[in-house]
Structures are given as structure tokens and as C-alpha cells.
Ligand binder design. Structure first.
Ligand SMILES: [Zn+2]
Ligand SMILES: [Zn+2]
Length: 549
């Protein structure tokens, strides 16, 4: 394919071709395809793009778009990683993406070791090293590394009882087998994530420790009744678990049917997570994605188009180091459509994901920036914990817990029992199968209208006076931006701002046990902007591809 390592085989746009005059001498130095386009106007590409303006700029950052979670034939996807990487790279402008990621189920990785044996049995030289999946994917990722587009490589820890997790940027991988976890609890994995990485002397990558990694809670509510021990906080792991997927139905009709309520819930449990919206794509070939030569013409429209959702990353550029820094700082947002974006800043310009100095009852001025070239902006809501203990709002599956050791909760024991008795994971959803799409009632603490294709708003909110549901006592705020038709909006969620509850003191030295605080709930201000979407029909729980997630 010749797609690796060489200089950018840039699109020649009509404008650039005219500006440059298409000097023959220069053209002769161009790759064959580009040369053909340069000298034959009919071949000049003017392909549609889902994000015509490119990555928006905000402050020192670009709002990079992509997906942090996808599968290949290295686990249960249907297309080779090399082909997927080439496709996404070649169509990056059409798709409006700046990075993509391979995150195969790591319990497939040991299969690679079999290949050595196979080769030997087939009479091929056994001394020829057969790269394992982990290192082969890393080598592939290296070939797509640039300021405008990078391929990332991580893995998906696949535990169908506790639900799945992605880990990015770790030098080692592990699996449920690797951590010796057969006991339906998170501790073995959290131990691995809290251990400094030690290189595997065999070179297979199955080394000890993943403390150099960044974790994602994957598709909340889709796998496993236990949901990471009911989101039971593990302090060390909380430093590494930076992200949570706001998974959703893939189609255009899937709007307003996300897992965004779990974002709120994870924050209320004490995790420091920021939202992302990944594809978790498997069926690249079967669904016709790979054969679509105009993937920028649409999304979610039956087969051949990838979902419209994007994970937005506020980073200097697409190089892995820049993206890693952004993920570690929780500078992400999640959007339901390719070109809607939103960011949140606090006093002093503190970016989303950061901490703001503000005690109970103090006013805080927040700034929201947003854009949506294809669907006009409507407005923004600010969400807070508002002193609310969310347990009662989550299907009765998450009653108050008295300690962080959540395996001892009534909730966990009941979910565990259901898993054993039913034999399948219980999906933790609302009655009727709806996803937990929103935070509990009474948590919208501010709002403002937004109009046009790019806008900003400043919104004053008050830090709740009552105790926080979080073990560290911090309160949190995040924004949801709405665009498009008010009857059926597209949404984007920003990362959170967390308060330092006792200015001057180390925040983590604050209270350690949350108290249920019905008295701490403040009346939200009268909504100036409050889209009230019509109830949607109950969506099918079946995945379009019936695959493994
Ligand atoms: Zn999964
Ligand atoms: Zn997956």
C-alpha cells in the first residue's frame, strides 16, 4: 500500500492547486496519485466532509475528534488492523477525525503466540520472529504518527460480569486471565493499574503493572450487572481512570438515548472522569464501511457509514504525547454528531478537567464555548451534583454504600446473585430498557441560550452549600450543549470542573465519607433554556452487528 512513513500525501484542493499553479517541476516530485489529480482537473477531489472547517481552535488547543475504542481481526472485529488504519487515515478529512485507536479485546492476544508453533509445524523457520498482536499494533501505530493524525494503540480489558475497560498508553497489557481474576471483583485489575510498569523479559508485553496507562469505563450499562463494583471508588485507580464512555445508539435516531447518566453517577461516586463517545466498531467490512468511497457524505444511515459520535480531545496536536497529556488532564468532551463541539472553563481560565477554588455557597463564573457548523446552536445547561445523592435515581441498583469496599453492598450482592442465577448480565437500565440518558432531576443549576454556528456564554452558578455525594467532598459542574432542532437536538457533554472544597487545604484531606444530603439540594434557577424533548419510543437493545462490544 505504500502508506507508511512517507510525507503526507496531501489532498490537492482546487484552491491549493490554483494557488500553486501546479508547477510541473513540483508535480513531477509528487506521488503518482497526487500527480494525476494535479494535472487532471476532473480528478481533483472535492469530497464531502462531516467537519468542513477542520478541527476548531480554542485557546491553546485544537478540538481533536476521533474514537478511542475500536476492534479489528486481532480480536473480534472483521477487518485487519492495517486496512482499518489505512481507511481512517485516508478518509480523515471526510470523516472529520484527527486520531483513531485500536483497542482489541486483550484476551485474544495470547493467540498470537500460537503462530510461532504453527510456523514451526509448517516447516517454516522457527527462528523468524512472529510479532505478537500487542507489538505489531504498536508498530502499526508508529506508522501513523503526525501532528494532524495519529493512530493510538490500547487494549480492552474484557470482563463480562464487571463490564469492560479500555487502557491506553500502557507499555504492558493484561487481561482477566492475566490478573488472575475469577472472583467477580475489581481489585485484581485495580492492583495491576496501580502497579508501576515492569517490562516483560520475554518481550510479549504481558508485563507487570499498568500505572503508565489511562483508563476508560466502557459502555456503562451494556455488560455486566456489577458495573465495576457499582462504581466503587478505588483511590489509586481514580488517578488513572480518566474517561467514561457516553455510549449511545449508533443511528441518527439514537440521539437522546445515551449512557450520559452514568457520567454523572461516576462523578458522584468520587471518580474523576471526563466523557468520550467512541464507536466501538467491529463490522467494518460486513457493514460496508470499508467499501464506502464517500464516508464524508453522511453518518449512521444504515450500513456503510460510521456513527456520528466523536470523542473530542483538547490538545495541541494529534501526536500521541499531546493526546495523552489531554486525556490525563481530562480535557475531553463527547458529541453525538461529527461537527458539534463544546468546552467549559472556570475562573482564571481553568480548563475542564481541572479544579477550581470555590467553597460552599460561593458564586462561580463558568464559560462555555461551542460550535456546530451544520446544526445551529440552541443553548447550554450546567449540571452539578447539587448536593444530591444519586443512588435512588439509578434503578434501585445502587443504594447507599457505607464503605468503599463495595463488594459488601446490598446492591453488589444482589447483582452478583442475579448474574449467577440468570447466567447473563443484567442490564442496568431504566424501566422499559431505556438508557440512563440524563442526570437525576434537580441537577440543572444554570443555563443560557446559544445561537449560530459558534458562540460562547458566561454563566454564574453557586457551589452547593450542602455536602457533596463524593467521598472527597468536592462538588462538580459540567455542561451539556444542545444544537439542531429543539424537538430532536444533538448534544455535546464537556469534561467536569471540580471544586476544592476547602481553599488552602489539600482537597483530598477533606471528608472521607459522604452523607446523604436531601437537605443540601438547592432549588435550581428558573430555566431560561430548557429543551424538553418528546419521549422517544423504547429502542431495541440489540446491537446492529450483534457483536461483542
Ligand atoms: Zn466492550
Ligand atoms: Zn469494544
Amino acid at each position: 500500500m505504500g502508506l507508511m512513513g512517507r510525507a503526507e500525501p496531501a489532498l490537492i484542493t482546487r484552491r491549493r492547486a490554483l494557488q500553486g499553479g501546479v508547477a510541473l517541476a513540483a508535480a513531477l516530485a509528487l506521488p503518482e496519485r497526487v500527480l494525476a489529480e494535479a494535472i487532471a482537473p476532473s480528478l481533483i477531489r472535492s469530497r464531502p466532509s462531516l467537519r468542513p472547517g477542520g478541527a476548531p481552535r480554542i485557546g491553546p488547543y485544537r478540538v481533536l475528534a476521533g474514537s478511542l475504542h475500536d476492534h479489528t481481526t486481532d480480536s473480534d472485529g472483521d477487518t485487519a488492523s492495517e486496512r482499518i488504519a489505512a481507511f481512517l487515515h485516508n478518509y480523515r478529512q471526510d470523516l472529520g477525525i484527527d486520531y483513531c485507536a485500536l483497542t482489541d479485546h486483550s484476551d485474544f492476544f495470547p493467540l498470537a503466540y500460537q503462530r510461532d508453533t504453527d510456523a514451526a509445524q509448517a516447516g517454516q523457520p522457527a527462528v523468524v520472529p512472529v510479532p505478537d498482536i500487542w507489538h505489531r499494533q504498536a508498530a502499526l501505530a508508529k506508522q501513523y504518527r503526525g501532528e494532524d493524525f495519529s493512530l493510538l494503540r490500547g487494549f480492552e480489558w474484557t470482563n463480562d460480569q464487571e463490564n469492560h475497560l479500555n487502557v491506553h498508553f500502557s507499555q504492558n497489557w493484561t487481561s482477566r486471565l492475566g490478573t488472575g481474576d475469577a472472583s467477580l471483583r475489581m481489585e485484581p485489575f485495580w492492583d495491576w493499574l496501580n502497579t508501576a510498569p515492569v517490562t516483560d523479559p520475554t518481550g510479549s508485553g504481558l508485563g507487570i503493572g499498568g500505572a503508565d496507562g489511562i483508563g476508560i469505563f466502557n459502555h456503562p450499562g451494556d455488560k455486566g450487572a456489577l458495573n465495576w463494583d457499582d462504581y466503587g471508588l478505588q483511590k489509586g485507580a481514580a488517578e488513572k481512570m480518566a474517561l467514561i464512555e457516553i455510549h449511545g445508539s449508533y443511528g441518527r435516531e439514537g440521539r437522546l438515548d445515551s449512557d450520559a447518566g452514568w457520567y454523572w453517577f461516576a462523578l458522584s461516586r468520587g471518580w474523576h472522569v471526563s466523557p468520550v463517545m467512541d464507536w466501538d466498531w467491529h463490522m467494518w467490512t460486513a457493514d460496508g464501511v470499508m467499501g464506502n468511497t464517500t464516508p464524508g457524505a453522511g453518518y449512521d444511515e444504515g450500513h456503510t457509514f460510521l456513527p456520528g459520535q466523536r470523542s473530542l480531545v483538547l490538545a495541541q496536536n494529534s501526536l500521541p504525547g499531546s493526546i495523552k497529556a489531554a486525556l490525563a488532564a481530562r480535557r475531553t468532551s463527547a458529541t453525538e454528531i461529527p461537527d458539534l463541539w463544546a468546552t467549559l472553563r472556570g475562573p482564571g481560565g481553568t480548563w475542564q478537567g481541572g479544579y477550581i477554588q470555590a467553597g460552599p455557597g460561593e458564586k462561580v463564573r463558568l464559560r462555555v464555548d461551542a460550535g456546530s457548523p451544520t446544526e445551529p446552536l440552541q443553548g447550554v445547561e450546567i449540571i452539578s451534583d447539587n448536593g444530591l445523592n444519586g443512588s435512588a435515581h439509578y434503578f434501585g441498583d445502587n443504594p447507599d454504600w457505607a464503605a468503599n469496599h463495595s463488594q459488601l453492598t446490598i446492591s453488589y450482592i444482589e447483582q452478583h446473585r442475579r448474574y449467577i442465577v440468570n447466567g447473563t448480565a443484567t442490564r442496568k437500565r431504566l424501566d422499559g430498557g431505556r438508557r440512563h440518558d440524563g442526570p437525576p432531576a434537580g441537577t440543572v443549576v444554570g443555563s443560557a441560550p446559544l445561537t449560530g454556528t459558534r458562540a460562547s456564554a458566561t454563566i454564574d452558578v453557586t457551589v452547593p452549600r450542602g455536602p457533596s455525594p463524593r467521598p472527597d467532598g468536592r462538588h462538580f459542574f459540567y455542561a451539556i450543549v444542545y444544537a439542531g432542532k429543539s424537538s430532536f437536538p444533538a448534544r455535546a457533554w464537556t469534561g467536569p470542573l471540580l471544586t476544592n472544597p476547602h481553599p488552602g487545604a489539600h482537597p483530598d484531606a477533606s471528608r472521607s465519607t459522604p452523607a446523604a444530603a436531601p437537605g443540601g439540594l438547592q432549588a435550581p434557577p428558573p430555566p431560561r433554556f430548557a429543551p424538553r424533548p418528546a419521549p422517544l419510543p423504547v429502542p431495541s437493545l440489540a446491537r446492529p452487528c450483534g457483536c461483542r462490544l
